[in-house]
Design a protein around this ligand. Structure first.
Ligand code: SF4
Ligand code: MG
Length: 328
């Protein structure tokens, strides 16, 4: 079937005092209906900016989508008028963030916020919308939803606020949910509950999910497919099984080796030496070359393409470029 989301050659740049920063530098991604796609990478790799681009929420200025297309069920969001985009946000596509306080309005009760969204998108009466809001709060495991609905965000714990935000984002039954590090700020128990909630939503409602995370544990547990990003580009993409069993890109291998195991002590933990590069439009070659243990001469000169290596497994690395000699 056709992907619910298809991102083609997306470039989102930031125009700052220190120059033009290609935060998202030619990203291609797709998500099939009912699929959970993990987008992983270190902070600054462009994963959050990619997701904000989908919702056209990149702060502008300084950010701007300068090239590319983002198709939601065939409709290009990049060229959509803001008025049209507003109809899509919170309805067909919605987003949950790491810090719920950024998307919850502190001046309104939990109920008022959910009710406003469903009235806007679904045209329900006040009474219907309130009943719906109570149902939503109950769905996300909030105890006593009839009383929580009249509380303000600051009266709730972090975990409760995250549930409220999820209730709000699923209140119009979105076809695509974007979750940007949804559990990073929460303690382990709450983390597991929130992930469970998102998984249930995917399994029971068929909601497609874009799960943005730096945590490969979350990917292993939650996702069907994964795209690994580095310095604004996708460097490897494939099924979770293939990526964990046969990672092709040296960066992905490094990430997998740095996942702590139960039987390992902190000291023995591998981490990728070096730093994420400062992004600029002048960059040449493979962005990972300065940190790559397998870098060759060509890597510093020429950027490898994202090419398919196996069925549904692509990689951007000269080690796997069959036509390496031709390209030089
Ligand atoms: Fe390493 Fe070269 Fe592959 Fe980049 S292209 S990841 S530098 S081997
Ligand atoms: Mg981020």
């Amino acid at each position: 079937s056709e992907p619910i989301l298809k991102i083609e050659n997306l470039h989102t740049h930031f125009f700052t005092d220190r120059g033009e920063i290609p935060a998202v530098d030619g990203v291609d991604l797709y998500i099939n209906p009912g699929e959970v796609l993990g987008v992983v990478g270190e902070s600054g790799c462009g994963k959050s900016v990619t997701s904000l681009s989908v919702l056209r929420l990149v702060p502008s200025p300084p950010g701007r989508i300068i090239e590319g297309r983002i198709f939601l069920k065939g409709q290009d969001l990049v060229t959509l008028k803001e008025k049209e985009m507003r109809k899509i946000r919170g309805d067909a596509v919605s987003m949950i963030f790491q810090e719920p306080m950024t998307s919850l309005n502190p001046l309104f009760t939990v109920g008022q916020q959910i009710i406003e969204i469903v009235r806007l998108h679904r045209g329900m009466s006040k009474r219907q919308a309130r009943d719906h809001a109570v149902d939503m709060l109950r769905n996300v495991g909030i105890p006593r939803p009839e009383s929580i609905i009249d509380e303000y965000p600051h009266q709730l714990s972090g975990g409760m606020r995250q549930r409220v935000m999820i209730a709000m984002s699923i209140s119009c039954n979105p076809e695509l949910l974007i979750a940007d590090e949804p559990t990073t700020a929460l303690d382990v128990t709450i983390q597991a509950q929130i992930l469970d909630l998102i998984r249930r939503l995917n399994e029971e409602q068929g909601t497609a999910v874009m799960m943005i995370t730096h945590d490969l544990g979350v990917v292993a547990e939650m996702c069907h497919r994964v795209a690994v990003m580095y310095a604004g580009k996708v460097v490897e993409e494939g099924s979770v099984h293939d990526i964990f069993k046969r990672p092709l890109h040296p960066y992905t291998r490094g990430l997998i080796q740095s996942v702590p195991r139960m039987d390992e002590t902190r000291e023995r933990l591998y981490s990728i030496p070096g730093n994420v590069p400062v992004l600029s439009t002048e960059m040449q070659g493979c962005r990972f070359a300065p940190r790559c243990p397998e870098a060759m001469e060509i890597c510093h000169q020429s950027l490898p393409q994202l090419t398919q290596q196996e069925e549904q497994h692509s990689c951007r690395c000269w080690l796997h470029e069959r036509s390496q000699e031709d390209a030089v």
